[in-house]
Design a protein around this ligand. Structure first.
Ligand code: MN
Length: 489
């Protein structure tokens, strides 16, 4: 989808045609110039002066699939009672951009004509009041429209809004059910569809096997060429890799046929398959698909959404699992990995990921599955977990610092990422567990906590952020108050 954002400028008839003409010209110029600096086009729609103009443009925005959100601004004063009907009907993410056309007050030029034309300082306050009064979920961004930091903030907000558009349209394909007895991967699929838009449905593993049997050698040869270009083949067991290619092609065909952007499977249900899809799932994730192991459809969906919110529409975001701790005093880390399925978008760029085959004792693997093995890159990142609290959803986000793994771990046959959670390992774990965060997460290097907060606000779900400043005491209080607030909502 070629997403766009709509620019709606508020005004009124009070100032006369000349002023309105100038506002219109400037709004066009701003949308044009901003579009060059933002990841998505900003389309100037109207300088609105009446209730009907506002209601009409909002209705159009609601029904245009390519419109991922609206950005409003008041060059002049725009009495906000005329915005009530439109804003009350708005179903798209909403950003109030508080800026003005001129950067500085022109000392000699400034007179009452200038003041009539350039009054965003109070126009934006009147506009802000009505959104507060209506309890609108919104983002307020203030600053000069030509400044890079402002472009960056609008860019990030736009990506969150695109995450909402992807969410509203998202289909998840489940091969089999969740891993038996696991609690956190459960959830209310009806509630999630009503709240986030996700269509989560199941397909038989037998249908996938049938699809795999229909894949021909020419298709496998082509994907093998692709693997060879992207990855280092570090095994003699070419048949195992070809089998993963067969799995990838079959899964992809089914995903495309059903228009699904995410999928799950579980090692407990591989009936008719020789290997758990490892390399297959990893390469699909590298191509933008979301995945969750053990039937975890929530993390599969969140992976797809956060990938779409990331750099270039397919960023460094991946399904992840906290596996093991390194508890050496003063040198504490969490080691993240999965049985097989870690997305190579996390890989450090100094080496190509290696394709290896190893025995996998868990599950019903008749043959050794091929998988990508690599080290994750260094850098600031977040881990995110969506949990079902019973009747509502909670999104938990923790700031982490990824490091080059501090030891080579030559016998570990899977991709690995190592990090320190904030504020430190012990408090970070205590906070995460207190909030009910899952063992599965989405780890992202390029989606920020602020973007996830905006995403959660747009979709009206609870957001919990564990940062360098979080304490267990403060978090417990926050969770208690949140619980009350969400019960009252
Ligand atoms: Mn797992």
């Amino acid at each position: 989808m070629n997403y766009k954002f709509w620019f709606i400028v508020g005004s009124q008839f009070l100032y006369g045609d000349e002023v309105l003409k100038t506002v219109d010209e400037r709004a066009q110029e701003m949308a044009r110039e901003l579009s060059k600096r933002l990841p998505y086009e900003l389309v100037y729609k109207v300088t609105a002066k009446t209730n009907k103009e506002i209601t009409d443009v909002i209705k159009q925005a609601n029904y245009d699939d390519s419109c991922a959100g609206v950005i409003t601004w008041c060059h002049t004063f725009s009495p906000s009672k005329m915005w009530i009907n439109g804003l009350a009907a708005l179903q798209k993410p909403y950003c109030h951009f508080a800026t003005q056309y001129n950067r500085e007050i022109p000392n000699d030029e400034i007179d009452m004509d200038f003041m009539n034309l350039n009054q965003a300082a109070h126009g934006d306050r009147e506009h802000g009041f009505i959104a507060a009064r209506l309890r609108m979920p919104r983002k307020v961004i203030a600053g000069y429209w030509q400044d890079a930091d402002v472009h960056n903030r609008i860019s990030n907000w736009m990506k969150s809004a695109v995450g909402v558009a992807v969410s509203k349209d998202l289909k998840v394909m489940r091969f089999g059910d969740n891993m038996r007895e696991v609690a956190v991967t459960e959830g209310d699929k009806v509630e999630v569809q009503a709240k986030l838009g996700w269509q989560v449905n199941t397909w038989a593993v037998g249908d996938l096997v049938k699809e795999m049997n229909a894949v021909n050698d020419t298709e496998i040869d082509a994907l093998m060429e692709d693997y060879t270009a992207k990855y280092d083949i570090a095994t003699d067991n070419i048949d195992a890799i070809r089998y993963q290619a067969r799995e990838e092609i079959a899964i992809k065909k089914m995903l495309e046929r059903e228009d699904c952007l995410a999928f799950t499977n579980t090692f407990q249900d591989l009936y008719g398959m020789e290997q758990l899809p490892g390399l297959a799932s990893q390469d699909l994730m590298a191509n933008g698909y979301g995945y969750g192991g053990e039937g975890d459809w929530k993390v599969a969906a969140m992976t797809a959404i956060m990938k779409a919110m990331g750099e270039g529409g397919n960023g460094a975001s991946a399904f992840m699992e906290d596996y093991t701790y390194h508890l050496a005093k003063g040198n504490e880390y969490s080691l993240g990995a999965h049985m097989l399925e870690v997305c190579p978008s996390l890989a450090a760029s100094d080496k190509k990921p290696r394709i290896e085959t190893h025995h996998l004792g868990i599950g019903m693997n008749e043959k050794d599955p091929a998988r990508l093995v690599f080290e994750g890159k260094e850098g600031d990142a977040i881990v995110v977990s969506l949990v079902d609290m019973g009747g509502r959803l909670r999104l938990i986000c923790q700031d982490i610092v990824c490091v080059k793994p501090i030891m080579p771990m030559p016998n570990l046959p899977v991709a690995r990422v190592m990090w320190q959670p904030l504020p430190n390992l012990a408090t970070g774990i205590e906070c995460w567990i207190t909030a009910g965060g899952a063992h599965h997460t989405v780890l992202s290097y390029d989606v920020t906590a602020e973007q996830m907060k905006d995403w959660a606000r747009m979709l009206d779900i609870e957001f919990v952020h564990i940062t360098k400043d979080t304490t267990v005491d403060a978090l417990e209080k926050e969770l208690f108050l949140n619980d009350l607030a969400w019960k009252l909502k």
